[in-house]
Design a protein around this ligand. Structure first.
Ligand code: NAI
Length: 318
């Protein structure tokens, strides 16, 4: 089967590499899975087969091709130079370790041409550190997915200061083509955007629980049965816009109050052992922290996300 425009190479066949492979195949792209461990490639191909068959049966397989057609697009390759030959996009998914990733990109830099995109899945390493000194730096970008990427479509695109605008545009278009939702982070910053927002929430959640204002379980309910309900569909800025007669009206009415509350926020939490243990106790009442219970709860979370993704497709036809 012909790939739309050249194939994709995944470097690192772990959790995230496997998800990318499935997403690219759903868009009709040929995918080569590379890993330093041959067994990881074998495991990845098996897991992907099972997962795709299950997704097809449950009506959640992405793309217009059948599971068998998508599976025929994915193959393993134990030789990096062979894998990247003629590819248009390389998605690096090795563990989050700066030195390891730098080594991989230096290796790739020596063997790629001037057209391929070199993309990292890094959650928090800055492009200026990751891609420093590479001859092909203009073709480098971070494309940070959110776990589990098959159900959570967001991808943060973060450029190196020397990344060419065409690299950002091509990666953006590619992400759209495989059904993901890319956002352009215009300048690199610690934590990118998603984790900055997430850490702001964690920070205030921690302070509120530590200060005894609310229990850990009720804090989580504020998000899952409150703010999170609308945030699955509209962001905080659109929420402001809709919660009055537009953004200007909202700010006229509420910004003084917001500033008043913000001034009462405390310092960065220390995450002291005492509070960690107290919060952990509360969490374990709901989900004991042994692998069996944690895995079952993750499975439930992913099922919920899959159904939410279906609902979002129905209410927001693209
Ligand atoms: P993982 O540990 O599941 O998989 C890493 C894979 O890389 C393994 O298969 C390993 O054998 C392979 N590997 C190690 N050294 C290699 C080398 N020199 N050459 C080729 N392959 C090599 O890791 P995971 O969770 O898939 O994470 C990958 C990247 O994705 C990390 O940068 C992580 O920060 C990022 N990420 C992870 C998320 C998560 O929730 N797990 C979410 C978003 C991004």
């Amino acid at each position: 089967m012909a790939s739309p425009a050249g194939g994709v190479v995944i470097v690192g066949s772990g959790l995230i590499g496997r998800s990318w492979a499935m997403l690219f195949a759903s868009g009709g792209f040929k995918v080569k899975l590379y890993d330093i461990e041959q067994q990881q490639i074998t495991n990845a191909l098996e897991t992907i087969r099972k997962e795709m068959k299950w997704l097809e049966q449950s009506g959640s397989l992405k793309g217009s091709l059948s599971a068998e057609q998508q599976l025929s697009l994915i193959s393993g390759c134990g030789n990096l130079a062979e894998a990247v030959e003629g590819t248009m996009h390389i998605q690096e998914c090795v563990p989050e370790n700066l030195e390891l990733k730098k080594k991989i990109f230096a290796q790739l830099d020596r063997i790629v041409d001037d057209r391929v995109i070199l993309s990292s899945s890094s959650s928090c390493l800055l492009p200026s550190k990751l891609f420093v000194g590479l001859a092909h730096v203009k073709q480098c970008i971070v494309a940070h997915p959110v776990n589990p990427p098959y159900y959570v479509p967001l991808v943060e695109l973060v450029p190196h200061p020397e990344t060419a605008p065409a690299t950002m545009d091509r990666t953006h278009a590619l992400m759209r083509k495989i059904g993901q939702t890319p956002v352009r982070v215009l300048r690199e910053i610690e934590g990118f955007v998603l984790n900055r927002l997430q850490y702001a929430i964690i920070s205030e959640a921690w302070r509120l629980v530590e200060e005894g204002i609310v229990s850990a379980n009720d804090l989580d309910l504020v998000m899952s049965d409150g703010l999170g309900m609308r945030y699955a569909f509209i962001g905080p800025l659109e929420t402001m816009h809709l919660n009055a007669e537009g953004m200007v009206s909202y700010c006229d009415r509420y910004c003084e109050g917001i500033k008043h509350v913000l001034k009462t926020f405390g310092p960065i939490p220390e995450f002291s052992r005492t509070t960690v243990e107290k919060v952990n106790q509360d969490m374990c009442m709901k989900v004991p922290d042994d692998p069996g219970h944690l895995d079952a709860r993750r499975q439930w979370r992913d099922d919920c996300l899959m159904r939410l993704a279906q609902l979002k497709r129905q209410v927001q036809p693209q």
